[in-house]
Write a protein that binds this ligand. Structure first.
Ligand SMILES: *Cc1c(COP(=O)(O)O)cnc(C)c1O
Ligand code: SF4
Length: 410
């Protein structure tokens, strides 16, 4: 493997942004593939119901459901991920994330195709500007893996694939709004894009003075750990922007040694590593699984960030975990994890300018033992006197202590 340091990347001759942009946008500019090449792994994915069942030794009874679901949202599973799925086990938590079931074709009330109403916050194709000081760029339409619960499974990615000219418009937009401090590369999966294009984009972002941080939301380092290659570390290491990479994983079994090694490489490039996951029925809706996930993440140098409450996206109802169950799980989790390994349970609520934390309704305050005037008069309250005794139930926390007060919408 050729080792390219950030310094050697700077030696690539270039004349202007325009010419670098054209190079970045031509796929012919990519080098030929090497062993362990992530692009070969991205190309040679399992993409049919038959192939997935055969690879995992599953019975043919799963085929009709898999075919129906596949029609709605194509199967896509890289071998590196399939190798972490237990063979012949229809309940495997990784398998559940990628195998379509009959249930996907159910059309249910309250289940929608754009639960986040993101289409309303796209000032330019490929740009979602919903929160004041941070924007989300759809840096790529595709993903390495197709997750059955994806809330963007119905998103019209093809309409949001910026062309080169559109990228220039996006950069102009970012330059013009000094409130924006952070750019989040999202998708799809932004790391599906070629390194040359990402290097060009990140270098262009670095030239906008008011930008402080670059954040990348990606599942690729988990799905195909070889994606964390020298080229990626090169452009990531070269930017002046502070770097945060938010991986997406839902179960400790996804985090094998190859993923751990990829995380170590990212860390050594000065990247802060966080994880976001989704709470999913039959995958990670238990205290044991969430505890093991948080512990394993920390072993890999990653802190839990968000645990997304389930969104009622059509085709994914079989993963539904109610808000009440999710809140109960979080409460139980507190006893098993140090505070810094607790993910924040959140939901994206259309119209709000941030994620909305979910929490249980306020609980009654434990009874406070108040000083008494004297042991011979135990019923007399030193502060208020005997006449001020309050009726039962008055000892509640004021509701302002639960500012988030999320109302279950599902
Ligand atoms: C989630 C999200 C962000 C990032 O939110 P953080 O709370 O900063 O992680 C930004 N923009 C949009 C549209 C989002 O959905
Ligand atoms: S990687 Fe993320 S965006 Fe892509 S299918 Fe999975 S959940 Fe959706």
């Amino acid at each position: 493997m050729i080792t390219r340091t950030p310094a050697s990347l700077h030696t690539i001759p270039h004349t202007s942004h325009e010419s670098r942009a054209s190079e970045a946008f031509s796929s012919a500019a990519e080098a030929p593939s090497a062993p362990n090449d992530w692009r070969a792994q991205l190309r040679d994915v399992i993409r049919s119901p038959q192939a997935l069942l055969e690879r995992l030794g599953l019975e043919r009874e799963w085929l009709p459901g898999a075919r129906d679901g596949h029609e709605l949202f194509a199967i896509r599973v890289p071998e590196a991920y399939a190798s972490r799925i237990r063979a012949n086990d229809p309940d495997d938590p990784l398998l559940r994330q990628v195998l379509p079931l009959d249930a996907e074709t159910d059309v249910l009330d309250g289940y929608v195709t754009d639960p986040l109403e993101e289409a309303e916050h796209t000032p330019l194709p490929g740009l979602i500007h919903k929160y004041t000081n941070r924007v989300l760029l759809m840096a790529s339409g595709g993903c390495a893996i197709n997750c059955r619960y994806c809330f963007r499974r119905h998103f019209p990615y093809d309409d949001h694939q910026p062309s080169r000219a559109q990228w220039q418009d996006i950069l102009d937009y970012l330059r013009a709004d000094e409130r924006i401090h952070e750019v989040i590369l999202s998708g799809g999966d932004p790391l599906v894009s070629p390194d040359k294009r990402l290097a060009w984009l990140v270098e262009s972002l670095g030239e906008i003075p008011h930008l402080k941080r670059l954040r990348i939301h990606t599942r690729l380092p988990v799905v195909i750990p070889d994606r964390v290659n020298d080229e990626l570390l090169g452009w990531l290491g070269a930017t002046r922007l502070q770097k945060v990479l938010v991986i997406h994983t839902n179960h400790a079994n996804e985090l094998d040694d190859a993923v751990a090694a990829a995380m170590t490489r990212l860390k050594s490039a000065g990247v802060t590593l966080l994880n976001q996951g989704v709470i999913l029925r039959g995958v990670n809706d238990s205290v044991e699984v969430q505890t093991a996930l948080a512990e394993r993440l920390f072993e890999c140098g990653v802190l839990p960030y968000y645990l997304h409450a389930f969104d009622p996206v059509q085709g994914a109802a079989h993963f539904a975990v109610s808000d009440e169950e999710a809140c109960n799980l979080m409460e139980a989790l507190l006893e098993h994890l140090p505070g810094f390994l607790m993910p924040r349970l959140v939901r994206e609520v259309p119209g709000r300018r941030s994620k909305t934390p979910l929490s249980k309704p306020p609980v009654s305050k434990p009874p406070v033992s108040k000083p008494t005037v004297s042991k011979t008069h135990p019923g007399v309250d030193a502060a208020t006197g005997p006449s001020a005794s309050s009726p039962a139930g008055d000892e509640r926390e004021p509701s302002s202590l639960n500012p988030t007060g999320i109302i279950a919408s599902a």
